[in-house]
Design a protein around this ligand. Structure first.
Ligand code: FAD
Ligand code: EGU
Length: 441
C-alpha cells in the first residue's frame, strides 16, 4: 500500500460507495464512509429496491480490479440467455452469446453489498460509519454536516475530497445543483415496478440459468434466479394501472389473461399477499453535468446518472465509474484538480448515452418485443454477428459483454442501422431492375 495523506469522505455505503472505498483504500487514502442505513450485515431486514441484479462485463472488470470478482461470482448464478414466456404458454430460449458462451450473472444486492463493505473494512485506512446521514455540505470548504440518527448529534467532517455515492436522490448532488452552470434534468416514467417472488419450493418449475421475461407490450415481468432456488420477479406496469388492481378478483383476472403461467409459479395465495403488501415503486432517470466541483467534490453512481433499469446497466455503469476514477488517479498522479475535471469530461457523454439507451429500450420494449420486425432484426443481428464477430456486434452485446464506451455502442448501432437501410435500398433497386429488365424483353 502506498503512503497517501489525502483524506476522502464517501457519502453512501451502497454498491458504488462501498466499491469506491475499496478502490481508493488500495491507493492509501484515508477514507471515511457515511451510510444513512444501519449496517445491513447486522440487521437482516430486506427492504428497498431490487433484491437481485444482473452483473455483466463492466461491473465484473471493476470487481476484478479490487480482487473481488471471484468471491462475488461464487455467490452468483450465471444466466446464459433469456427465456421468453409468450402467450399462450409458449417458451423460447434466446442465448446471449452463441459464439463465445458469455453470460451475465444474477447476484443478490445484499450479498454484493456485504462483500464490498467487508472488503472495504479490511483496510486499516477505511472507517465505515452507519446510521449517519449527510444533511448539509459546504463544497468550497470541503466540509459536510453529518447527522447521527441514533444519537441525533451532528458533526462537521472535513476532507480533501468528498465523493457522493448516495444514490438517485443524492444530497451531495442537491448541493451541487445550487452552483452556477450545473445542468440537471430528471424524468419519472409512467411505469412503476413491484417485486414478487417464486419460492424455492416452486423454483424447480423454472428453466434454470436464464433471465426470464414475460414481454407483453404495456406490461412486462422479469425474473432473476437466487442462490437458494427461489426467483425474484419484477412486474413493470403503468402506475395508473397498478391503481386499478384494487382487489383479489381483479388481480387474479389480470394475471390469468396476462401472465397465466406465473400464477402457478408464484402461487395464488402468495401472489395476492405479496401484491398488496407493498405499493409499487417509481422509476426515475436523471442526467446532470458536471460531476465534480473544483478539486473538492465528485458524484458517482446513481447520484450522477440514474437510469431506468431496462438495460440492466445502472450498477454496472456505477462500477465502471470507479474503474475510470481509478485510471484517472493513475494518469494524473493523484492530482484531484485534473482527475475530477477529466472524470466529468470523460464520463458525460457515456453516462448520457446509457441513460438514453435504457430509456429507448423502455419504449422499444413496449411496442416492439412482440412485433415480427423486431425479431427479424434480432435474428439478422445474430447472423451478421456470427459471420463478422469482430465487426458486427449487436447493441446489447457491446453494452453487456464489452467495455466499449457507451457512446461507441450507440454510434455502432447507428452505423448498423444505416448499413441495413442501405442494403434494403440496394436490394429493392436490384429487384426493381430485374422486373424492369424482364418486362423489357
Ligand atoms: P444506491 O444503491 O442507491 O446506494 C446509495 C446509498 O447511499 C444507499 O445505501 C443509501 O442508503 C445511501 N444514502 C442515501 N442518501 C444518503 C445520505 N444523505 N447520507 C448518507 N447515506 C445516504 N443495475 C444493474 O447493473 N443491473 C440490474 O439488473 C439492475 N436492475 C435494477 C432493477 C431495478 C428495479 C432498479 C430500480 C434498479 C436496477 N439496477 C440495476 C440499478 C442499480 O440498482 C443502481 O444503479 C445501483 O444500486 C446504484 O448504486 P449506488 O451505490 O450508486 O446507489
Ligand atoms: C430489468 C429489470 C431483457 C433486471 C432488456 C434484455 C432488467 C434487468 C434486455 C431488472 C429485457 C430487457 C439486458 C441484459 C438486462 C436482455 C439487455 C434488464 C436485467 C437489451 C431486476 N437487460 N436486464 N437487454 O437482453 O441488454 O436480456 O430487474 F427484458 S440484462 Cl428490458 Cl444483458
Amino acid at each position: 500500500m502506498c503512503d497517501n495523506n489525502k483524506s476522502v469522505i464517501i457519502i453512501g455505503g451502497g454498491l458504488v460507495g462501498a466499491l469506491c472505498a475499496c478502490f481508493l483504500a488500495k491507493r492509501g487514502y484515508h477514507i471515511e464512509v457515511y451510510e444513512v442505513r444501519e449496517d445491513l450485515r447486522k440487521c437482516k431486514l430486506q427492504r428497498g429496491r431490487s433484491i437481485n441484479l444482473a452483473l455483466s462485463h463492466r461491473g465484473r472488470r471493476a470487481l476484478r480490479t479490487v480482487g473481488l470478482e471471484e468471491e462475488v461470482l461464487k455467490h452468483a448464478i450465471p444466466m446464459k440467455g433469456r427465456l421468453l414466456h409468450n402467450l399462450p404458454h409458449e417458451l423460447s430460449s434466446v442465448p446471449y452469446d452463441e459464439q463465445t458462451n458469455q453470460c451475465i450473472y444474477s447476484v443478490s444486492r445484499n450479498l454484493l453489498n456485504e462483500v464490498l463493505l467487508t472488503a472495504a473494512e479490511e483496510y486499516d485506512n477505511v472507517t465505515l460509519t452507519f446510521s449517519c446521514k449527510l444533511v448539509d455540505a459546504n463544497l468550497k470548504e470541503g466540509s459536510c454536516v453529518i447527522q447521527n440518527l441514533k444519537t441525533n448529534e451532528t458533526i462537521k467532517a472535513k476532507a480533501d475530497l468528498i465523493i457522493g455515492a448516495d444514490g438517485a436522490y443524492s444530497k451531495l448532488r442537491s448541493q451541487m445543483q445550487k452552483l452556477p452552470l450545473f445542468q440537471y434534468s430528471q424524468t419519472y416514467i409512467e411505469h412503476g415496478y413491484l417485486e414478487l417472488s417464486i419460492s424455492s419450493k416452486n423454483g424447480h418449475m423454472m428453466i434454470p440459468n436464464h433471465l426470464h421475461i414475460w414481454p407483453r407490450g404495456e406490461f412486462m415481468m422479469i425474473a432473476l434466479p437466487n442462490k437458494d432456488g427461489s426467483w425474484t420477479v419484477t412486474l413493470f406496469m403503468a402506475l395508473t394501472r397498478f391503481k386499478m388492481l384494487t382487489g383479489r378478483e381483479e388481480l387474479l383476472k389480470f394475471f390469468e389473461s396476462t401472465f397465466p403461467d406465473a400464477i402457478e409459479l408464484i402461487g395464488e395465495e402468495d401472489l395476492v399477499e405479496q401484491f398488496f403488501s407493498s405499493p409499487p415503486s417509481h422509476l426515475i432517470s436523471i442526467k446532470c453535468y458536471p460531476y465534480h466541483f473544483e478539486n473538492r467534490a465528485l458524484i458517482i453512481g446513481d447520484a450522477a446518472h440514474a437510469m431506468v433499469p431496462f438495460y440492466g446497466q445502472g450498477m454496472n455503469c456505477g462500477f465502471q465509474d470507479c474503474t475510470l476514477l481509478d485510471q484517472l488517479i493513475s494518469q494524473f498522479d493523484g492530482n484531484f484538480d485534473y482527475v475530477l475535471q477529466e472524470f466529468s469530461e470523460r464520463r458525460k457523454d457515456d453516462a448520457f448515452a446509457i441513460c438514453d439507451l435504457a430509456m429507448y429500450n423502455y419504449k422499444e420494449m413496449r411496442d416492439l418485443v412482440t412485433k415480427p420486425s423486431f425479431r427479424l432484426r434480432k435474428a439478422l443481428d445474430n447472423v451478421l454477428y456470427s459471420l463478422f464477430p469482430k465487426y458486427w456486434i449487436p447493441l446489447y452485446n457491446s453494452v453487456s459483454f464489452s467495455e466499449i464506451r457507451y457512446t461507441e455502442c450507440l454510434k455502432n448501432r447507428e452505423m448498423q442501422n444505416w448499413m441495413i437501410t442501405l442494403s434494403l435500398i440496394f436490394l429493392m433497386l436490384m429487384g426493381l431492375s430485374i422486373i424492369v429488365i424482364s418486362s423489357w424483353k
